[in-house]
Design a binder for this molecule. Structure first.
Ligand SMILES: *Cc1c(COP(=O)(O)O)cnc(C)c1O
Length: 385
């Protein structure tokens, strides 16, 4: 039985008629850059996830870049983040001339370790980018406590965690800053992206809510950040041909807005299916030496990836390939060991937990259209290793 690592064609075949009708309407109305489809999507996206407002952009990298511009990170400033993430997480820091600093992760969730974050802070530290990796919320209470103590700007990279909610204690950021205008109080159980100063999303086709092309969004519970992002998105401008701040072109296409409006109503069911598949994997996989992903009680994962660890993961991967099961190595190299960051001089061995995760991780198929039989086939194949 073939089990591809990911097959987008099933989802797109099912939505084909509806998607093409929506795209045709946008085409006929010439709504190509922002416009009604994108505005409708922003409202529905914010309401579905529980954010006060959202702004759609042209990729998931763009809102990270825009957030770094709004934070005011500048040359000489340090911004701490995880080395175990997709490279996009740190591009914005580089674009504004600041320096990324990588702090180690927790083994169980693969997310930034709050103690390692605290230990990496210097007098130059201005911000932190938290990634809710693989759909698993990071330990936000501890991270926000560190950030508050050092007055850091907190960006949440939610590219892999659309729809995830953080269930920990009420974030100190929401309760303790009435001095920040525009802050909207949120109840216990906050959507990721609403805890720090800004949250960013990606609608790259392989994400849990994927467009047919590039897309992303930024959210913030602070109204002035939202307003600033709205101006930066269209060339630093509120009125056409008057430019108050440095901006750029970060607009979402009308076609993406139209397509995402077709897909968004399915997100809850797709997420539930990912969670059901993960529950089967967690209950069924029984191989000595396999470490399954942690499932902490402060926030349920939306399972963008299901990533286990095994000391001989390359051999396990070959074994699964014989059973026609697709897997992936996410991620094979930590960011502090990427060639583009050689100048930062963070040597091998300096972030041992992330380095070990790269050497032992193996991601299994977990897209919503997998059948129960395919999921069982994966479990049997692993247990037979
Ligand atoms: C996908 C992703 C992004 C953004 O990627 P785009 O391809 O620009 O949409 C950012 N961070 C993480 C962790 C991601 O997985």
């Amino acid at each position: 039985m073939k089990v591809p690592f990911l097959d987008l064609s099933l989802q797109h075949r099912a939505l084909r008629t509806e998607a093409l009708a929506a795209l045709t309407a946008t085409y006929d109305a010439n709504r190509f850059c922002l416009g009604k489809d994108v505005e409708d999507f922003e409202k529905a996206f914010a309401a579905t996830l529980g954010h006060p407002r959202a702004l759609a952009m042209n990729s998931g990298t763009s809102p990270l870049h825009v957030a770094c511009m709004i934070a005011g990170f500048a040359p000489g400033d340090e911004v701490i983040t995880t080395p175990f993430t997709f490279i996009s997480t740190v591009w914005g820091v580089c674009y504004v001339g600041a320096t990324p600093v990588f702090a180690d992760i927790e083994a169980g969730t693969f997310n930034l370790d709050p103690a390692k974050l605290a230990a990496a802070i210097t007098s130059r530290t201005k911000g932190v980018i938290v990634v809710h990796l693989f759909g698993q919320p990071a330990r936000m209470d501890e991270i926000m406590a560190v950030a508050r103590r050092h007055n850091l700007f907190v960006i949440e990279d939610c590219a892999q965690a659309v729809g995830a909610r953080y269930l920990g204690a009420r974030p100190p950021s929401v309760a303790d800053e009435p001095e920040r205008p525009g802050a909207v109080a949120l109840p216990r159980g906050v959507p990721v992206g609403a805890i720090g100063d800004a949250g960013t999303f990606s609608f790259y086709p392989t994400k849990n809510l994927g467009g047919c092309g590039e897309g992303g969004a930024i959210v913030s519970r602070r109204e002035e950040i939202h307003t600033r992002a709205r101006h930066i998105r269209v060339h630093g401008s509120d009125r056409r041909y008057y430019h108050d701040i440095i901006g750029g072109n970060f607009r979402m296409d009308g076609f993406q807005g139209a397509l995402l409006n077709v897909k968004l109503p399915h997100l809850a069911a797709w997420t539930a299916r990912r969670q059901a598949i993960a529950a089967r994997y967690l209950a069924g996989i029984r191989l000595a030496d396999v470490t399954l992903p942690a499932t902490p009680d402060y926030g349920a994962s939306v399972w963008h990836q299901f990533t286990l660890r095994h000391p001989r993961r390359d051999a396990l991967r070959e074994h699964l390939a014989k059973y026609e099961i697709g897997t992936d190595l996410i991620y094979p190299v930590p960011l502090h060991r990427q060639a583009c960051f050689a100048h930062l001089g963070q040597p091998e061995g300096s972030l041992p937990v992330a380095e070990k995760a790269c050497a032992t991780c193996l991601s299994l198929p977990i897209f919503p259209e997998l059948t129960d039989a395919q999921v069982e086939h994966v479990i049997q194949a692993i247990n037979s290793y």
